[in-house]
Design a protein around this ligand. Sequence first.
Ligand code: ADP
Length: 169
Amino acid sequence: MKIKLIKGDITKIKADAIVNAANSSLLGGGGVDGAIHREGGKQILDECIEIRNRQGKCKTGEAVVTFGGNLPAKYVIHTVGPVWNDNEEKGSKLLANCYKNSLKLAESLNIKTIAFPNISTGVYRFPKELAGKIAVDEVKNFKSDIIEKVIFVCFDDENEKIYKKLLEE
Ligand code: ADP
């Protein structure tokens, strides 16, 4: 798996799938979630509502998939990151699950390229340094014969700097 770093807006990325840092309601929110629903259009929300009707809310660390609607990406994988609450061990495990479960779901869909935002590092206040380390570790440890490229999309300067450093190591 190749790993790439891009600074910018994940809604513009032309990958087989982009990952959304959703909330458990799956009904949209602010930050990257808001941007994805805004740019992707109603089809994404309609599918999210269908998923909710079928299985209820999405638990923290788990992932579900919809089509990308008007986005350049074919699919959106919605995963729910943990809200930072000073329980480093529990939070780290849940954040790692977000990456693992998104990658597993991507494999099941035969996805070759997938882009991740910096899950939980916005409104959910997860320490960026720790979140970056978890993200890079999970992706590096995930061995796949299907996924060819993982793109980390950093929206803010601080995350870009952190990922640059982590990926140089
Ligand atoms: P969370 O609730 O998981 O913290 P946020 O959307 O608040 O989710 O923030 C997660 C990360 O997404 C933050 O690092 C934020 O800077 C970033 N972000 C916000 N908008 C976008 C976007 N359009 N593309 C990529 N990343 C974004």
